[in-house]
Write a protein that binds this ligand. Sequence first.
Ligand code: ZN
Length: 177
Amino acid sequence: MKNKAADLKKILDTATMKRFWSNVDKSGGEDACWKWKLSLIPGGYGQFKLEKNNNYMAHSIALIIKLGRFPKGVTIHSCDKRDCVNPSHLREGSHQENMEDMFRKGRHYSQRTEKFTEFIENLRAEDKELLYNILCKQLHKTEKPEKKERQFGSMKGLVKNIADDFDAPVEDFKKHQ
Ligand SMILES: [Zn+2]
């Protein structure tokens, strides 16, 4: 469990901020995406080590510095670049808003199955659930399936409705079957 008050103090400490910004590529100028130069976590977000065994997402730190407090809800990128830490590209938003944003991107990604699969795989369990509910709403399905079916697997059917070829075998592969 993180000690948020202590972490906030540490994040807003001048030395920490200096260390944080020294890992950011601002070469594109004020309006450009500021790329995180250190390690990225599998989802593509930057990672900042606040102290030993206490890591934060780099973009979250950038927003905390901008606000001077922890954001209410989640940190949303307006630029869609996960490794961007430019505070002017970051804002706080509700989880629902973030998921709707993700849904729009997901639909965009669904045109490229690989990317969409990666996108889904990188979601946290509760986000999958939320995305599922949003997909249900979008597809005008008022009924939810049985609890046991409300797993990721059942989302595939819904995804199929968006991208008809989502589950279709790749043409080249078919030839060898
Ligand atoms: Zn950006």
